[in-house]
Design a protein around this ligand. Sequence first.
Ligand code: HPA
Ligand code: ZN
Length: 338
Amino acid sequence: MTESSMGSFIHGLPKAELHLHIEGSLEPELMFELAKRNGIVVPYASVEEVRRAYEFTDLQSFLDVYYEGAKVLLEEQDFYDLAFAYIKKVSEQNVRHIEIFFDPQTHTDRGVSFETVIIGLRRALDDAQSQLDISSNLILCFLRHLSADAAMETLERAVPFRDWIAAVGLDSSELGHPPSKFERVFDKALSLNLKTVAHAGEEGPPDYIWQALDLLDVSRIDHGVRCLEDPDLVEVLRKKHLPLTVCPLSNVKLGVFKTLEDHNLKELLDAGLCATVNSDDPAYFGGYIEENFVAVQRALGLTRHHLYQLVRNSFEASFLSGEHQSELVRELDDYVGG
Ligand code: HPA
Ligand code: ZN
């Protein structure tokens, strides 16, 4: 298969994205537009200067820039515009279902209300369904560098919007903030019948993945690439068919792997794990989901079968109903068979 026919095969694949921070989809152009609309001064002279600042050495060096960028988001319409810009972009990449992380504390700590954030996002997701036939779920993430009490307070603010939220997650600075810190708040989320997920094994050790499984009862691990360091853990993940939401371009940008050729995605699949491909923070890491697929396919020489498996995994790992999952798998089978 030539490179361009593989590219068009990837483009046409119906896809799901399960690891996407909506604040990480803020493109510099929209950052400037919102800054102007809200009378906020951004510490960059131009779009080009913003893009030049996106040279990261590790997770923290990225998070510092990411939290700075989010300061332009103030009004409900800003959250709508942010989410709808992402939705429009991925609709052109044949994305059929999205599960979106949002970080309420990044906004509530600046005086923006929880309601403002979630109502703006929800309106965009409703329009995704009605205008573009893209289904979605929202995942509320707690910032793990903040306290467990602050996470609990955030969960309490979310209770009136329980029906708009599918799951809670854990993001931000991983090292030094193990899943165990959030056991109580995740217990409370589980008692509200929310699913749970957690970033673990991106920079942190396999033990953080064990903790996410044993203490937070997660349905998926976000990243999880360091699991291969622990064969017992791989065996448990495989047996439970517990999905990993892998983000190849992010991992290279943040130095988890030196190059894409060094990425362990193929080993994860070969080990029988339910790995998926996602973009994480596409505005900051140089690509949306399709660009992630294209780049990792080329770097690792993935076959059409690998790509089929990755997409199928993402439908099966989603929080969609069984019926909707089966419809999407059928769509995929029609695509590859046709
Ligand atoms: N890891 C942890 N926290 C994050 C990330 C990530 O890749 N992106 C946005 N918040
Ligand atoms: Zn992430």
